[in-house]
Design a protein around this ligand. Structure first.
Ligand code: ADE
Ligand code: ZN
Length: 326
């Protein structure tokens, strides 16, 4: 269709992607073999079959277990490089990715190993593939704020290679207010802040992310639609929402893609963007998310263009970095 051709032709950005969530089952087996790690699956097919989630937590359990095959700097490089090659194939010209250091430091992997591998791939991506990027260090909200402070201490010598901070993992029961002091410290260090809010959690968590963490984007945010005052605030400030449609269906926030409220968000004047979250687990990369939404929601050419433009608007790209497309 024309919509499909438009999506493929447009240069796109991605703003909500967990690099650990790009670990395809094939690479999981390859790294397990390379590192002598034992997997609880006997084939790639068995892994894919296990990806049948009932909610966020049921996914996170497998996602953290899968990350256990990542050991060496080269593993983190290979993971990130494979993702960047996929960006190139899908006409993604800029990407802002999350990494979860605590997932690895908890297993005894050095912070520096994780950062060096990811960073080297991003640098090569810029030089060899012309893909610009940002790296966002995300704190795990099911852990304590104190653990977050310890992680920030590990990051301190490397802040020139970290572009911002985020907040992810199990949302309900771990409101943004739990991390108010940590995010204040990050703000004092000059780090831009984002947070997952309103994925499974209530609109109150989005208010807290705005008012207590002073974020410049809300990751997911789809539940904001339950609160008219919040929608007004988000629209007036053009606060970006990094929406992840395939993720929302796989984690049962919506029953099916045709039920997704992406179009409603646009109609209310919100700066909604399309992203993939954890593409290896949720059945598609960012372009697949656009294609799926165009098909199932009947997006017009104008709506597709608006979503793509919103992505550039919401990105941390600077004037001098912009390519021919801006
Ligand atoms: N970590 C990876 N993906 C996530 C998501 N969708 N929500 C919260 N934490 C995550
Ligand atoms: Zn996410």
């Amino acid at each position: 269709t024309q919509q499909e051709a438009l999506i493929r032709a447009l240069p796109k950005v991605e703003l909500h992607l967990h690099i650990e969530g790009t670990l395809e089952p094939e690479m999981m087996f390859e790294l397990a073999r390379r590192n002598g790690v034992k997997l609880p699956y006997d084939s790639v097919e068995a892994v894919r079959k296990a990806y049948d989630f009932s909610n966020l937590q049921s996914f996170l359990d497998l996602y953290y277990a899968g990350a256990g095959v990542l050991i060496t700097e080269q593993d983190f490089y290979d993971l990130t490089w494979a993702y960047l090659k996929r960006c190139q194939a899908d006409n993604v010209v800029h990407t802002e990715i999350f990494f979860d250091p605590q997932t690895h430091t908890e297993r005894g992997i050095a912070f520096e190993t994780v950062l060096a591998g990811i960073r080297r791939a991003l640098d090569d991506g810029r030089a060899q593939l012309r893909i610009s990027s940002r790296l966002i260090m995300s704190f795990l909200r099911h852990l304590s704020e104190e653990d977050g402070f310890r992680t920030l201490e590990m990051a301190r010598p490397h802040l020139d290679r970290i572009d911002g901070v985020g907040l992810d993992s199990s949302e309900v029961g771990h409101p943004p207010s739990k991390f108010a002091r940590l995010f204040a410290e990050c703000k004092a260090l000059g780090l831009p802040r984002v947070a997952h809010a309103g994925e499974e959690g209530p609109p109150e968590y989005v208010w807290e992310a705005l008012d207590l963490l002073d974020v410049c984007r809300i990751d997911h945010g789809v539940r904001a639609l339950e609160d008219g005052k919040l929608v007004e605030r988000l629209a007036e400030t053009r606060m970006p929402l990094t929406v992840c449609p395939f993720s929302n269906v796989k984690l049962r926030v919506f029953d099916k893609l045709s039920d997704h409220t992406l179009r409603v968000l646009l109609q209310k004047g919100l700066c909604a963007t399309v992203n993939s979250d954890d593409p290896a687990y949720f059945g598609g990369y960012v372009q697949d998310n656009y294609l799926g939404c165009a098909r199932e929601l009947g997006l017009s050419g104008g709506e597709i263009l608006q979503l793509v433009k919103n992505g550039f608007e919401a990105s941390w790209l600077e004037e001098g970095e912009r390519g021919w497309w801006m």
